[in-house]
Design a protein around this ligand. Structure first.
Ligand code: 6PG
Length: 248
């Protein structure tokens, strides 16, 4: 695991504000240097405050016209379902900024077959992202969440998805989560990102944060998938609130 930059902020709101600042810097740099900013969004609750801030007036001048939106993972539900990661970003960010659909690339959840839809997403990435490194697409920024069991995106401990090193997107299953069926990008894709940004808040996350950042490496990374994320030629940042960092 590349040495992460760890920043501890007062609370969840401060984490969201700092994350917006990291996003802004990555977006401006990518747009200036390459004419496009490709970001993969995380799901769950934590990034919602960030999405809300990014759609606000303080960030109106970002290069939104050069920003392409992707997802690191998705629950296998329709796009307007309450549990959809796409829906959260659409409601809080994309619709408020009126981002045209051509620059929004949601993970397909047709309902027929997660594996086939994962293959479809890989085909979308191959068609849309010419910027490859070591055979994998390069995102400028990937937002990463952290589950209590050490999962990130939908790379769950001990899963085939966590062990996948060839495919870009695969189906995954979280037996103890609702909804269980998922589609996720894989570790080699996340590890070609120019910047992987973890957001973790709340006391409940303190133990897993300690294990991921201070653990002696005993659980194999596949058993603590957040430890799989180590950009090969990029930055790794953890933004934590005080509660999530209290055991560091
Ligand atoms: C998802 C996410 C998942 C999430 C973590 C943390 O689809 O649920 O991608 O990896 O980031 O479970 O979720 P919270 O932010 O809700 O704690």
């Amino acid at each position: 695991m590349v040495k992460p930059e760890v920043k501890v902020l007062a609370d969840g709101a401060a984490v969201a504000r700092e994350a917006a600042s990291v996003w802004a810097q990555a977006a401006e740099e990518a747009a200036a240097e390459r004419g496009v900013f490709r970001a993969a969004l995380s799901g769950g609750k934590t990034p919602k405050a960030l999405f809300f801030i990014l759609a606000g007036k303080d960030y109106a001048k970002l290069p939104w016209d050069k920003t392409e939106f992707y997802w690191g993972d998705e629950r296998y539900v329709p796009p307007r379902h309450d549990e959809s990661n796409f829906r959260a970003a659409d409601d809080l960010l994309l619709s408020r900024l009126e981002i045209p659909p051509a620059r929004v690339h949601p993970i397909p959840t047709s309902g027929a077959d997660p594996s086939r839809d994962a293959q479809r997403y890989e085909a979308t990435l191959r068609a849309e992202i010419p910027d490859l490194a070591e055979g994998f697409p390069r995102f400028d920024l990937v937002l990463m969440g952290l589950g209590l069991d050490g999962h990130t995106a939908s790379l769950f401990p001990g899963s085939a998805a966590a062990r996948e090193r060839e495919r870009w997107a695969v189906a995954a299953r979280a037996a103890n989560l609702t909804p269980p069926e998922r589609i996720t990008l894989t570790a080699p894709v996340f590890n070609q990102a120019r910047h992987a940004l973890f957001l973790a808040c709340g006391k409940a996350k303190a133990e897993v944060v300690r294990e991921v950042l201070k653990g002696d490496g005993s659980p194999r990374p596949e058993d603590l998938p957040a430890r799989l994320i180590s950009p090969r030629a990029g930055k790794l940042t953890f933004l934590l609130d005080k509660s999530a960092a209290e055991l560091l």
